[in-house]
Design a protein around this ligand. Sequence first.
Ligand code: OGA
Ligand code: MN
Length: 204
Amino acid sequence: MPSLPVAVLHDPATLAGALSEHGACLLSDFPAPRVGRALHDALKQRQVAGTLRAAEVGHGKQHHLRIAIRGDDTQWLDGDSGLAAASFLSSLQALRVAMNQHLFLGLEEEEAHFACYPVGARYHRHRDQFHDSDARVLSLVSYLNHDWRQDQGGALRLHLPQGSIDVFPHAGTSIVFSSEIEHEVLPATRERSSIAAWFRRRPR
Ligand code: OGA
Ligand code: MN
């Protein structure tokens, strides 16, 4: 199996180079441990409060069809999501500006949601770019799971031209990839928490 390049947030040039060459790159040590723990707590609080909602796929899909395609519960991050979320969103904003400087992508905004996959849930092979809009250019997923073991499953499987690559959802790991790349989330034997984010341009 091929492996992915690794970059860090404060070296956006390396990230940009890896993205233009490979279409995908790991970001290590992001979010910072303190922010990651606070984001995980924030996700837990939402789960307890019952504000996470079953993710949508298309319109009017029946429940059992939707669950077969994707089983995660989500909630958008916004100005009311707390300090850790605000810090995370401002890091994304800085990353967007840096990617525009290095890659001339014309990204105008970022959006991010908490996602929780219950035991056994998956997200079938898909692209993040919608059929009717090319607004999503880059995808970023940050994992919030401490002490994840590979035998617990739950990999993100990226289907790259050079072969498929599995990324396990360890806390402190993020991945950035082109929203045109097909990928899927494999089922896990434990609950799997993350934040998924997208950088968007004006749709053409
Ligand atoms: C998504 C997605 C990947 C992951 O939310 O679109 O593909 O690893 N998430 O959680
Ligand atoms: Mn996706």
